[in-house]
Ligand binder design. Structure first.
Ligand SMILES: NC(=O)c1ccc[n+]([C@@H]2O[C@H](COP(=O)([O-])OP(=O)(O)OC[C@H]3O[C@@H](n4cnc5c(N)ncnc54)[C@H](O)[C@@H]3O)[C@@H](O)[C@H]2O)c1
Length: 252
């Protein structure tokens, strides 16, 4: 039996990059997947890839920072798959962000990063809670970043948002544990995807390799095993944790 047989999962930001890899991995493990993304065409493409491989998926265009859009996403999951067992809060403003001193970050950009990267995860979790509570089981997986323990400079809005994700995960774990719902965070290191990253240079890549124990750059496939584990029954007694998958660049 596959690890996620009979489960339905929402992956936000599933239309590209690491989110796409989570969607494909969940589907491969038997989950029915809601590929949710602000970019609806990308979400459709990933849902199509899953269907072509014999899996089950729907695409939903959703803005995780907008409550009405998030409610519609949860309703779509209910209609297609009878609810949500697994929520992977992967959507974030990340690859499009440049780097600068915090005093130069436009306030509008700061606010948008917080709205999507922090508030978005909270809204998505709130929207699927009724489904999870009814089943007395659920898996919420949030996505932090190894830039947090590093305190990566010239990226304060992003790093601050990903710090908040850790606190949010711990509160979710405490509040939802009595309902049999776990909440954990994945902390990826530098992961190369098919998407160009506005803030990443070869010098940064070399520096990361230098501080990693394992001397290869991370790829989306280096995170999917952890995501499947945290979504599965195998992680039933693990909650409130932040687990780094970063080639050993930081040790929590
Ligand atoms: N790639 C890395 O090195 C790395 C490292 C640490 C953490 N992360 C985290 O992993 C996750 C995925 O990273 P990635 O490299 O694939 O990023 P990415 O920028 O390629 O993908 C982000 C996805 O989120 C979607 N998105 C953005 N705003 C949204 C919104 N308001 N509503 C719905 N969807 C929205 C985008 O359309 C995109 O498909 C992010 O949370 C990122 O912060 C990535």
């Amino acid at each position: 039996m596959a690890q996620l047989d009979g489960k339905s999962a929402i992956v936000t930001g599933g239309g590209q990059g690491i989110g796409r890899a989570y969607c494909l991995a969940f589907a491969q493990e038997g989950a029915r997947v809601v590929v949710a993304d602000l970019n609806g065409a990308n979400a459709e493409a990933v849902a199509g890839e899953i269907a072509d491989a014999g899996g089950s998926a729907i695409a939903v265009r959703a803005d995780v920072g907008e409550p009405a859009s998030v409610e519609a996403m949860a309703a779509a999951a209910r209609e297609a798959f009878g609810g949500t067992d697994i929520l992977l809060n992967n959507a974030a403003i990340f690859t499009t962000l440049g780097r600068c001193g915090f005093e130069d970050i436009p306030l509008e950009e700061w606010d948008r990063v917080m709205r999507v990267n922090v508030t978005g995860g909270m809204l998505c979790a709130a929207a699927v809670l009724p489904d999870m509570r009814a089943k007395k089981r659920g898996r919420i997986i949030n996505v932090s970043s190894s830039t947090v323990p590093m305190g990566l400079p010239r990226f304060m809005h992003y790093v601050t948002s990903k710090s908040a994700v850790i606190g949010m995960t711990r509160v979710m774990a405490r509040e939802l544990g009595p309902d049999g719902i776990t909440a954990n965070a994945i902390m990826p290191g530098l992961i190369e995807t098919e998407v160009e990253n506005a803030g990443r240079t070869d010098a940064i890549r070399e520096k990361m390799i230098e501080v990693q124990c394992l001397k290869e750059l991370g790829r989306p496939g280096d995170l999917t095993g952890l995501a499947v584990f945290l979504a599965s029954d195998a992680s039933a007694y693990i909650t409130g944790q932040t687990i780094a998958a970063d080639g050993g660049s930081i040790h929590l």
